[in-house]
Write a protein that binds this ligand. Structure first.
Ligand SMILES: Nc1ncnc2c1ncn2[C@@H]1O[C@H](COP(=O)(O)OP(=O)(O)O)[C@@H](O)[C@H]1O
Ligand SMILES: [Mg+2]
Length: 267
């Protein structure tokens, strides 16, 4: 299989103070020399405790933030130091979906309009009419209705907003999606619907995913491979079906054991 995404010794040092448990700190290495390889068609899960650097790593790969050191490759090309203009085609190919799509939607614009705009801006549709037709189809593809086009974000539930966020990401024909806790804010039954939708779309559109999560059971179900991050470093990388038998790092074992104890509680 060909490699689609690769980081080589990528690091992110946050400088300037951000309050952490009420204490100010001056600089902080959130991602520490990470080598991560994602193959074409693969779903890689990234887990780790809150604050372990998962979102930072996702943003580094999407080139939404600048690395302090190291490089990012996409489809064989080093995109670490590309100027903004040359990054545009890569922005098209890599889309990021966040936990709360509602807050990333503009409350004052119809949702269809918000999917049309990036298509026109990034040149994936020749004209408005073509873009609108694509959006109608996309809305149906993600389980929404055509006439939702003209409605506003507040008219939709959290799960529906997540579907709209997925439609908007897909509108520019990406090859790779970074899903940063895409279902963490949703009810369990809705989570399953969104995860199944994402799996169907992966098959239909030949997508590759980096799935960031903290629920090991979900990551195991959804992903081909699981990568465990701790203090900004990868401490373990295993195929999902080998997780229980082959995980050796104590922190990974803790994650596995905590899943078991949660399900034990239900009996
Ligand atoms: N913009 C920022 N400035 C300073 N520190 C940050 C910033 N964003 C995140 N951090 C810190 O970096 C660490 C990793 O954060 P993050 O990548 O969001 O972790 P995760 O997604 O695993 O919870 C945390 O300690 C967080 O407080
Ligand atoms: Mg995060």
């Amino acid at each position: 299989m060909t490699i689609l995404v690769e980081t080589k010794k990528i690091s992110k040092l946050y400088t300037g103070a951000k309050k952490h448990f009420g204490m100010k700190r001056q600089s902080f290495t959130a991602v520490d020399q990470v080598d991560l390889t994602i193959k074409q068609g693969e779903i890689v899960g990234l887990i780790g405790e809150s604050g372990s650097g998962k979102s930072t790593l996702g943003r580094l790969i999407a080139r939404l933030i600048e690395p302090s050191a190291g490089s990012v490759y996409f489809d064989g090309a080093d995109i670490t130091n590309l100027p903004h203009k040359e990054l545009l085609p890569f922005y098209r190919n890599m889309q990021m979906i966040f936990q709360d799509s509602k807050s990333s939607l503009n409350p004052r614009k119809p949702i269809g309009e918000q999917i049309v705009q990036p298509m026109l801006r990034l040149g994936v549709a020749d004209n408005r009419l073509a873009a609108e037709l694509t959006v109608y189809n996309l809305l149906e593809k993600v389980g929404m209705k055509k006439d939702h086009f003209a409605r506003y974000p507040h008219e939709f539930s959290g799960g529906q907003c997540q579907r709209i966020g997925i439609a908007r990401a897909l509108a520019v024909n990406p090859k790779f999606l970074i899903l940063d806790e895409p279902t963490s804010a949703l009810d369990v039954s809705i989570q399953a619907q969104i995860l199944n939708l994402l799996l169907d779309l992966r098959d239909e559109l030949n997508l590759t995913y980096l799935f960031i999560g903290h629920n090991l059971a979900i990551v195991e179900f959804f992903c081909d491979r699981v990568v465990v991050l701790e203090n900004g470093q990868i401490i373990e990388s295993l195929q999902s079906d080998e997780l229980h038998t082959k995980a050796v790092h104590p922190s990974t074992r803790n994650l596995i054991d905590s899943v078991l104890s949660v399900s034990d509680l239900q009996y």
